[in-house]
Design a protein around this ligand. Structure first.
Ligand SMILES: NC(=O)c1ccc[n+]([C@@H]2O[C@H](COP(=O)([O-])OP(=O)(O)OC[C@H]3O[C@@H](n4cnc5c(N)ncnc54)[C@H](OP(=O)(O)O)[C@@H]3O)[C@@H](O)[C@H]2O)c1
Length: 246
């Protein structure tokens, strides 16, 4: 497909799209007709496989190596995405990290990593994208249901970072409302990805539906927020956790 026809598609940019929930979001947006640029930090092979699969299915995708802890890399990712696919209709900030540690044991390194990627990186990703968002664009962050409720000791920093997103989207939604841009936060419960590997049976057992989510189920809510019917939803945190936090 040439540059002109790529720019006829709506453009999406997903921060953290090489694996897990992010890869499902990239897949779903591509299926829904978006040209999708996405970032990754270390999974170059998985990123390439995803780009190739989308291309085989007639879609358009671009993988960009960009660490969400690095402000210059974030800005560069936005520039590359816009150069390839044009101004952005939908941006999803999914990149996130989880390190366990009770307050007496959590290291400064893990504290800084989670704050830098899960909070500062999310803010900077949105900020870098804002000048290139089209009128009526959609901004979506991926928080967590731990913002509402945590049953497991050792997650206080992660809980802090994901709670921050629920507040962040309210303020940014007000900032961008004059341009008709909506800003929302999705709060998944336990989902089958590398992040939860090894704990799936335990997490399923704690859930009223006795299972964890599939990444595609979270991507379905992204597709709703990215779609025509969700234009009046903004500043919201939408929890999708099978009743885990009831
Ligand atoms: N899984 C769950 O149960 C669950 C529940 C609630 C919320 N969440 C949230 O959902 C999001 C995705 O989770 P997941 O389970 O899919 O995680 P995952 O399987 O560990 O995948 C994380 C994704 O984020 C990317 N990423 C990580 N650090 C990055 C960085 N510094 N810069 C750029 N990209 C980075 C990874 O890229 P590489 O492949 O290059 O490492 C990968 O694409 C996270 O924000 C997480 O907190 C997950």
């Amino acid at each position: 497909m040439n540059q002109a026809s790529a720019q006829a598609r709506k453009a999406a940019l997903v921060f953290g799209g090489s694996r897990g929930i992010g890869a499902a979001i990239v897949d779903r947006l591509a299926t829904d007709g978006f040209a999708v640029a996405f970032t990754y930090v270390s999974s170059a092979d998985k990123a390439k496989t995803l780009v190739d699969r989308i291309a085989e299915q007639g879609g358009q995708a671009l993988a960009i190596q960009a660490d969400s802890a690095d402000p210059a890399a974030i800005r560069n990712a936005v520039a590359q995405a816009v150069e390839r696919f044009g101004d952005i209709d939908v941006t999803v900030v999914n990149a996130g990290v989880f390190r366990m540690g009770t307050i007496d044991a959590v290291s400064l390194e893990d504290l800084d990593l989670m704050l830098n990627v899960n909070v500062r990186g999310v803010y900077l990703s949105i900020q870098a994208t804002v000048p290139r968002l089209k009128p009526g664009a959609r901004v979506i962050t991926i928080g967590s249901n731990v913002a509402l409720h945590t049953r497991t000791p050792g997650a206080s920093v992660y809980q802090l970072t994901k709670t921050a997103l629920a507040g962040m989207v309210k303020g940014v939604a007000l900032d961008l409302a004059p341009r008709g841009i909506t800003v929302n936060n999705i709060q998944p419960g336990p989902t089958e990805t590398d992040m939860t590997a090894g704990a799936l049976d335990m997490l399923a057992g704690m859930n009223p539906l006795k299972r964890v989510a599939k990444p595609g189920e979270i991507a379905g809510l992204v597709a709703y927020l990215a779609g025509d019917e969700a234009g009046y939803v903004t500043g919201a945190s939408l929890t999708i956790d099978g009743g885990f936090t009831l």
